[in-house]
Write a protein that binds this ligand. Structure first.
Ligand code: SF4
Ligand code: SF4
Length: 78
């Protein structure tokens, strides 16, 4: 697990899940589409005054649904 001001990285079973925290507006769409129930709101406020999301490293399968649905391109997987 690594953190910096702009980016959150989670090392999941399927690879690295990354969130551009400056782009996440906390809409929750990614949480709704995650079939593994791996995503939740973190306790960290983003620039829009809402909590940014984070995945459970153990539960994320790397399916990419969250990245596909995010209207702001905040999530990437590698
Ligand atoms: S869909 Fe994108 S903007 Fe919305 S909560 Fe998820 S990462 Fe943040
Ligand atoms: S990559 Fe898939 S399993 Fe992982 S957090 Fe996103 S939607 Fe959930």
């Amino acid at each position: 697990m690594t953190e910096d001001i702009q980016e959150m990285t989670r090392e999941t079973e399927a690879g690295d899940w990354r969130l551009r925290k400056d782009l996440c507006k906390g809409c929750g769409l990614c949480i709704e589409v995650c079939e593994s129930g791996a995503l939740e709101f973190s306790s960290e406020l983003g620039p829009y005054g809402s909590y940014v999301v984070q995945p459970s490293e153990a539960d994320c399968t790397g399916c990419g649904q969250c990245a596909d649905i995010c209207p702001d391109g905040a999530i990437t997987l590698s």
